[in-house]
Design a protein around this ligand. Structure first.
Ligand code: ZN
Length: 298
């Protein structure tokens, strides 16, 4: 494998390891800013200042990563074609833009770091630059899969494969953004059991979003641990509009070990909600969802 491909692989593998350790969203400070090991040294993953990043250790001309901050000041745009990533200001052929466009010419995989909250990023990799638009000064990014690379990586071909990758990318970006908003509102705890472990926490939707890229609002979410999220999705627990946990008949009538007793213990307990009124679960959404729970939980 040539050196540039080796460096990218090392980068992807270390990101996959970090994700296994810290969860899908990674803090810049203390984690991403440490870089990855390659050729006996440490190589940075990204540049929060510049957005488009090519490491000094690289021999190849193409960018290693691009980044959109949580505040998205550069007007990057998610569309049905992919994410249109804005060029840096200045001439099209300044060094950063050249590195971005060389990733297109050479069809090399890179990391798209998507800001989920201040100082936190979700890495989407491998991602590819699949088109460029010099008039609107932007390049089209499409992610392929969340896993570490195996074998040769190719940009998704146009047609069905591309459309699938785009839809998958949009869903993942939506979920990343939603989780980045909901978890901090709940101070990183499960609303039911107060579990405080980011790797085991999800942002559960109260009503499912039909449109993957639609506006994600905190009041349509609840921070739940994996067990309570799954139980909520399966209507084994419900949350009434007055924000009380209801455990389904099926579970309440069952007697099978300490874990079940723990689940049942939250029956009729209030969930913990954000302090700010506008961030709390929307009562109308809860009511609609709770009707379904009553219907199926018997
Ligand atoms: Zn929980």
């Amino acid at each position: 494998m040539e050196r540039d491909a080796e460096l990218r692989t090392a980068c992807f593998l270390e990101l996959a390891a970090l994700r296994a350790r810290f969860g899908p969203d990674l803090p810049y400070r203390g984690v991403l800013d440490r870089g990855f090991t390659f050729g006996g040294g440490r190589v940075p993953f990204l540049s929060p200042q510049k957005g488009i990043f090519r490491a000094a250790a690289q021999r190849g001309p193409a960018a290693l990563s691009v980044l959109t901050s949580a505040r998205s000041p550069y007007g990057d745009e998610e569309t049905d074609e992919g994410v249109w990533y804005a060029y840096r200001s200045g001439a099209v052929d300044i060094a950063d833009n050249r590195a971005l466009l060389r990733a297109y010419d050479l069809r090399v995989p890179l990391v798209y770091f998507f800001g989920t909250q201040a100082g936190w990023y979700r890495p989407l990799f491998p991602s590819f630059v699949v088109d460029r638009d010099d008039v609107l000064r932007r390049a089209l990014l499409v992610g392929v899969d969340g896993g570490p690379p195996l074998g040769d990586l190719e940009p998704p071909a146009e047609g069905v494969a591309r459309a699938y990758a785009v839809r998958d990318t949009r869903v993942r970006l939506h979920q990343a953004r939603f989780r980045g908003m909901v978890l901090p509102a709940y101070r990183g705890r499960c609303a039911v059991c107060r579990l405080h472990e980011a790797r085991l926490l999800d942002a559960a939707h109260i009503t499912a979003d039909r449109e993957a890229a639609g506006d994600a609002v905190v009041s349509n979410g609840i921070s739940l641990c994996s067990i309570h999220h799954r139980a909520f999705d399966e209507d084994l627990i419900g949350v009434s509009p007055d924000r009380q946990v209801h455990v389904s008949r099926r579970l309440l009538d069952d007697e099978d070990g300490p874990m079940l007793e723990l689940l049942k213990g939250f029956h009729r307990q209030a969930i913990e909600v954000p302090r700010a009124q506008r961030l709390r679960p929307d009562a109308e959404r809860l009511a609609r969802r709770f009707e379904r729970f009553l219907l199926v939980s018997g």
